[in-house]
Design a protein around this ligand. Structure first.
Ligand SMILES: Cc1cc2nc3c(=O)[nH]c(=O)nc-3n(C[C@H](O)[C@H](O)[C@H](O)COP(=O)(O)OP(=O)(O)OC[C@H]3O[C@@H](n4cnc5c(N)ncnc54)[C@H](O)[C@@H]3O)c2cc1C
Length: 366
């Protein structure tokens, strides 16, 4: 059986590895000239909003026999709203290296079995459609689905990734929710080591050429004086295809709508969708059916996104007390949108509350 995978990213590599495990070799076409050749050196796999997800390494090992190692755990989450800071100490997740480094997630995923990766091959489905029995689209975007007229955009943003130097607590992830900095987006910081970190700013509904204004507002507003070592700007579009399988074409990872609309996280679902596409191909299973729990998961996070969009800066200050249930009640009962989605949200909030309540502190910014 001839199987092509387009894209040697997280989903494509997971798919190829699972196909190998099941005895079906594939060929991966990758447009860049080496693994992980794109902006961004760090990625986080968070436990927040993933009920029952204790340890991503264990989860991935159990799912597909792939061993992955993080850079370090995230033991503290600091959430900044305009006037408040919430500090939560718990097992929040892990930071992984991404990109071209030897210990990157891409290199770790590629190391589990022998893969045929054809680099410098920017492929269009049309050119290979007749040559392969199955084609897995793992390009990290909705471009192919858009070309086929089956793509829906749900969140468009401009993203700035800045590598900065300074003094950092390596186990702390910091998040800023402030409409002045990022509109309906967010800013977060992940430290790589005590002297280097990555700041990621996603500003909704603007073009990357307009990022400077928001960046300057953020840096000035937060009085940050880190030294900037590198900056990469990109336009980033999140969405989903109407169908995740069309004849012999399977859409996985971001191309299959597996990145969430809430905070733009998609690593574990990229891995899961790659694995499931491989199983569907090798064992003649119904891919759409296998993917239902993950599609449902992304839809659930859409509800959080809708809520984030309607919040004001004042709400953020109030909402940061989200883990204190009276505030939730206030919001739920005063906002029709909350009312409508509370059924979906309540179990998550209660779960989050129970998990983190003993480790929370809330302070006013000076
Ligand atoms: C700035 C930023 C920060 C993020 N941080 C996090 C995070 O902390 N945690 C998290 O869970 N998620 C995060 N995400 C999302 C996460 O990176 C993605 O969900 C995940 O990488 C998706 O995997 P993928 O395999 O679908 O795509 P990718 O990993 O992007 O891989 C796609 C591959 O396809 C190749 N390609 C594209 N077009 C073609 C073509 N025509 N022919 C051949 N090859 C092609 C690309 O070169 C690339 O190698 C972040 C995303 C961004 C943009």
């Amino acid at each position: 059986m001839k199987i092509a995978i387009i894209g040697a990213g997280i989903a494509g590599l997971s798919c190829a590895n699972e196909l190998n495990r099941l005895g079906f070799p594939s060929v991966i076409f990758e447009k860049t000239h080496m693994l992980g050749d794109k902006p961004g050196n760090l990625t986080a796999i968070l436990r927040l909003f993933q009920k029952g997800f204790r340890n991503p390494m264990e989860y991935i090992l159990n799912r597909c026999g792939m061993n992955i190692s993080p850079l370090h755990p995230i033991k503290e989450m600091v959430v900044n709203t305009p006037n408040k800071i919430l500090v939560s100490r718990a097992n929040h997740g892990y930071v992984f290296i991404k990109g071209i480094a030897e210990n990157s997630l891409e290199h770790q995923l590629a190391s589990h079995s022998k893969m045929k990766i054809l680099f410098d091959n920017e492929i269009d489905i049309k050119t290979i459609k007749s040559e392969f029995e199955h084609i897995v689209v793992a390009t990290g975007s909705g471009d192919f689905a858009r070309g086929l007229g089956i793509w829906n955009n749900t969140f468009a943003s401009a993203v700035r990734i800045a590598v900065i130097s300074g003094n950092f607590q390596v186990n702390t992830m910091t998040l800023w929710l402030n409409k002045n900095y990022s509109r309906n987006g967010f800013v977060y910081m992940l430290p790589k080591n005590p002297t280097e970190a990555e700041l990621v700013m996603a500003v909704s509904d603007i073009n990357k050429n307009d990022l400077d204004f928001y960046w300057k507002t953020f840096i000035k507003g937060e009085k940050l004086d880190y030294k900037i070592l590198e900056i990469h700007d990109m336009n980033h579009c999140i969405g989903y295809p109407n169908a995740i399988r069309l004849e012999n074409i399977y859409f996985v990872g971001n191309s299959g709508g597996m990145i969430d609309n809430f905070l733009g996280f998609g690593i574990t679902r990229a891995i899961d969708s790659g694995i499931l596409a491989a199983r569907a191909i090798a064992q003649n299973l119904d891919f759409s059916k296998l993917m239902q729990p993950f599609i449902k998961d992304v839809k659930r996070l859409d509800e959080y996104r809708k809520m984030l969009n309607v919040l004001t800066n004042k709400d953020f200050d109030t909402d940061i007390s989200i883990l204190r249930l009276p505030v939730i009640k206030h919001l739920v009962y005063n906002n029709p949108l909350y009312k409508a989605s509370f059924g979906l949200l309540a179990p998550k909030i209660i779960y989050t509350y129970k998990t983190y309540k003993n480790n929370l502190s809330l302070k006013f910014k000076k």
